[in-house]
Design a protein around this ligand. Structure first.
Ligand SMILES: [Zn+2]
Length: 455
């Protein structure tokens, strides 16, 4: 398998505005961009015995544009399978998460994130949004380079061969009424939003695979009078702005008690909502909240496998889509790294709630996992197999035990991450024959997780 190719011949490719995949598509690439897309109709094929496409590399299976993982906390991957021993909820899980956070430094985080992002590449994810708040030393003091942890994440994504939007996260308080950070949270803070903006603004990676956006951790962690500073910072840079929103009913209750309004209304009052903003989760919005999100053209990133894992609840995905809110997807805590599973959960969770089927079409789920996620991360030129788009090609086998006999249009209801066979990011092959070309993913996950998990 060549590391780069200029001509690929997809057995099937899912093209924009098509309700289902198209057979026999020639995809040509120049300088990391798609330069031509040509469906080969029977009439356009040469007579048998003549093969003018012999120099095109065949892609057996279904080729999708890159999948986008719009919400990640890379270090949460170290908790997979370790938090199921007893009862508990989001908050008991959070205590375990803080114990891992306490043990990370720029070197151990680079090793862990490199393995996690490579696991994502194996799953067909070509772009990740890292909601990053592990800024400082465990005691809250700055590293010599105050952005050493962010730089480690950018480097990790380069090693893994995926693009990264580093959503530098403002995290200042431990409660909605503004109590200071304590214990393992101290390393998240920058004092105030102006301090956050100074540090975040000093980090300007020049690598072409990375860009910087902003995040408000939540209305719990950023006091109301600091919100606008973060929103303005992002707007001045035309950078994506993300925010955890209404993941827990408790967040709504506390916000109402302190501010007399819902978290969504508070964000609206302080200029956080808008077309470049993505609310993460939005599991427990009111009807008025949905109107505020829709009217401001704020997107929502659903994280169904994490919301399931943490017993958060089921967000009103269909109502959001009906209101015109664009939906993207994230694997968040990485209990599962599989965008097919996230995508089908959007439909299947609606079925559980309503006891009816057929809320989202396959093409809805396809768009949510691809173009919508890239747009939410500020890469509007990715997520489509179209001329001019970034050459991200994710090929899913249709002959595995899971996908054999499945029509290509059914892939989001049948396939899993293990069915991804080849991944091209910006024209470069990152995964071939189901193997990452530069990272031994299982070995590096084991070693990097062992290094940071309390025994
Ligand atoms: Zn999150």
């Amino acid at each position: 398998m060549p590391l780069t190719a200029t001509r690929w011949l997809a057995e099937y490719a899912w093209l924009p505005a098509h309700a289902e995949p198209t057979p026999d598509v020639l995809i040509e690439v120049e300088d990391g961009r798609i330069s031509a897309v040509t469906p080969l109709t029977p009439g356009s094929r040469p007579p048998s015995g003549v093969d003018v496409y012999a120099d095109a590399v065949p892609l057996p299976g279904l080729t999708l544009p890159g999948l986008a993982n719009a919400h990640s906390h890379a270090f949460h991957r170290a908790l997979r399978g370790r938090t199921h021993g007893g009862r508990g909820d989001f908050f008991s899980w959070r205590e375990r998460m803080y114990a891992v956070a306490d043990r990370l430094d720029p070197d151990t985080y680079l090793a862990l994130a490199r393995a996690v992002y490579a696991e994502m590449a194996l799953a067909g994810i070509t772009c990740v949004g890292e909601f990053h708040y592990l800024h400082h030393r465990p005691d809250g003091g700055a590293y010599d380079d105050p952005n050493a942890m962010g730089a480690a994440l950018v480097e990790a994504a380069a090693h893994a061969g995926v693009r990264l939007t580093l959503l530098d996260t403002c995290y200042l308080a431990s409660t909605v009424d503004g109590r200071p950070l304590a214990g393992p949270q101290r390393r998240f803070g920058d004092g105030d939003a102006a301090g956050w903006a100074r540090r975040a603004g000093a980090f300007q990676p020049t690598d072409s695979h990375a860009r910087v956006g902003a995040a408000v951790h939540s209305v719990r962690a950023v006091p109301a009078d600091q919100l606008r500073t973060v929103a303005d910072w992002a707007r001045d840079r035309q950078a994506p702005l993300h925010v955890h929103l209404s993941e827990q009913p408790a967040e709504n209750d506390e916000c109402r008690a302190v501010h007399g309004r819902t978290p969504t209304a508070l964000l609206a009052d302080h200029g956080v909502l808008g077309p470049d903003t993505t609310a993460v989760h939005a599991t427990h919005p009111t009807s008025a909240d949905l109107t505020l999100l829709a009217d401001s053209r704020t997107g929502v990133c659903l994280c169904p496998t994490t919301e399931r894992d943490l017993a958060d609840g089921i967000g009103p995905a269909r109502r959001m889509a009906d209101a015109g809110i664009r939906l993207s997807l994230g694997s968040d805590s990485h209990a599962v790294v599989d965008m097919f599973e996230e995508a089908r959960a959007v439909e299947l969770d609606e079925r559980l709630r309503t006891r009816r089927r057929g809320h989202f079409t396959p093409v809805d789920l396809f768009a949510t996992a691809t173009a919508a996620g890239h747009a939410a991360l500020g890469w509007a030129d990715a997520g489509r197999i179209a001329v001019g788009a970034r050459a991200d090609l994710v090929t899913v086998r249709l002959d595995t035990a899971r996908t054999a006999g499945v029509p290509p249009v059914g892939v989001f209801f049948a396939a899993g991450a293990a069915d991804v066979d080849q991944v091209v990011v910006d024209g470069r092959v990152v995964v071939a024959d189901g193997r990452h070309l530069s990272v031994d993913v299982p070995a590096e996950l084991s070693a990097s997780i062992e290094a940071v998990t309390p025994s």
